[in-house]
Ligand binder design. Structure first.
Ligand code: EPZ
Length: 434
């Protein structure tokens, strides 16, 4: 079984290049099946979730050619009716985007209901509300959502809660509905805008993505396109936190600084220096960090997907910080793993009270989910000694080449096979003189 082994205590220095946004890629890849013409998607991150979704797209009959590690060509002209069973949705939650895409293209889709996960129940009632408003008949039987309609008609939809998934799913169906659709209270994340821009590059007519109101005028059909995905805001933020936690000096390249505004602001608040360039940010941490308080909110608020990483950093900040999770109801469980590394964190409801410590301790820990796993990598890089992290497949679902990127920044980190004890010894031997 594979795990990461990290010898912490070294400041990260140098530059790292950020890949394409995972949460754009999942929506864009599914939307690419809405046309019968070839679609080329560039700047795809080479991560687990993308590979799983590409296989799902192949399994429904599309031709997927991997042009290079970050570019695919998709031809969905042979895709018939879609029935994604629970096995698909368990592997990749984003499969539920096929409901919106196939309702738009074929007026019919059957997709297994996604379950909850480590961070909450994650219902899809708002997705269903939107599809029904557009005229689809939805039936939920034996754990499957079946959506069917003779035609989709534009509607005025008010989302009861801000939902990235519901916004993307409804946008895809609405762009092929007759007439006009207005989506009120949509999510405004950078990846919402990216998916809308992708659909528009296929001939859709979507205005206002990224604002409080999205206006869509339905079209008859969508055509092929070539599209490049935006840089990943969360991957960039994660490396910013790693630079700060190790007292490093890192240039994070290929980013859109505007998307990182709130992350930069919180880092500056605790005493980190952040320099902005046209497509890069530089993070310099050369003094003891101060405490602060943070609440997660939908964009442009502090991203829930950055909450665990920031908590790991605040574990090393002087004083007591409060981290409040408002988006998911159960996204603080990972703090127990940080406590095993010497962090002083007390969780009450949806708030973590973090008392900064002088240093974290290496330990054997286990990644409970993607972003909590990233937080453990950050903690391990800051802690003296050897830390091992299990269940790294969670981390590799969303971060491309993390070992290599960390090593290129001077970090001491490898992926080893724990069933091969010599792997561990060889790593420790190499690491002993670094
Ligand atoms: C997307 O999940 C992201 N995943 C998540 O990133 C991210 O944390 C989340 O948006 C919030 O930004 C992808 O894009 C693949 P939501 P999604 O619908 O769409 C409630 C990561 O680490 N809700 O915005 O599932 C829901 O329970 C992952 O990359 C309803 O109640 O999130 C949650 O409390 C983790 N009913 C809140 O809204 C609905 O119909 C936000 O969920 C839909 C959502």
């Amino acid at each position: 079984m594979k795990q990461y082994i990290i010898k912490g205590g070294k400041p990260l220095r140098g530059s790292v290049t950020i890949g394409g946004a995972k949460n754009s890629a999942l929506g864009i890849l599914v939307a690419s099946v809405m046309t019968n013409e070839p679609v080329i998607v560039e700047n795809l991150p080479d991560i687990g979730d993308v590979q799983v979704l590409l296989n799902a797209i192949r399994e429904i009959g599309a031709i997927v050619e991997q042009i290079d590690e970050h570019t695919v060509r998709i031809n969905a002209s042979l895709v018939g009716d879609v029935c994604m069973d629970y096995d698909f949705i368990r592997k990749i939650r984003g499969s539920y985007y096929f409901i919106g895409a196939m309702l738009g293209k074929r007026r019919k889709a059957t997709v297994a209901l996604p379950g909850g996960c480590q961070i909450g129940t994650r219902p899809i009632d708002q997705h269903i509300k939107g599809f029904e408003a557009l005229g689809a008949k939805i039936s939920i039987e034996h754990g499957n959502v079946e959506a069917v309609t003779d035609k989709l008609v534009g509607s005025h939809i008010y989302l009861d809660c801000i939902s990235v998934g519901a916004t993307i799913n409804i946008m895809m169906a609405a762009c092929m509905a007759e007439g006009k659709t207005i989506i009120e209270n949509p999510a405004k994340e950078p990846h919402i805008v990216d998916v809308a821009n992708f659909l528009n590059s296929m001939g859709a007519d979507i205005k206002g993505a990224g604002t409080d109101t999205i206006r869509i005028r339905g079209v008859e059909s969508l055509h092929g396109t070539t599209y490049s995905i935006i840089p990943d805001q969360i991957e960039a933020g994660t490396y910013m936190m790693a630079a700060a936690a190790t007292g490093g000096d890192v240039l994070i390249q290929n980013v859109i600084p505007k998307h990182l505004d709130v992350i930069s602001a919180k880092l500056i608040e605790i005493g980190v220096t952040v320099e902005e360039y046209p497509d890069a940010v530089r993070v310099i941490a050369n003094k003891k960090l101060r405490h602060t308080n943070v609440k997660t909110f939908p964009y442009p608020g502090f991203p829930t997907d950055m909450q665990p990483q920031f908590a790991a950093l605040l574990s090393l900040s002087e004083g007591t910080s409060m981290v409040t999770e408002t988006v998911f109801e159960d996204r603080l469980k990972y703090t127990s793993e940080l406590c095993r590394m010497g962090a002083k964190i007390k969780v009450e409801g949806t708030t973590a009270f973090i008392t900064g410590v002088d240093g974290l301790e290496s330990a054997a820990v286990c990644a409970p989910d993607l972003r909590a796993g990233a937080a453990l990598v950050i903690a391990a890089l800051a802690a003296d000694g050897y830390t091992t992290i299990d269940q790294i497949e969670y981390i590799e679902r969303g971060y491309e080449g993390v070992c290599e990127k960390i090593r290129n920044l001077g970090g001491v980190m490898e992926k080893i096979d724990i069933d091969d004890n010599s792997d561990i010894q060889r790593f420790k031997l190499r690491a002993s003189n670094q």
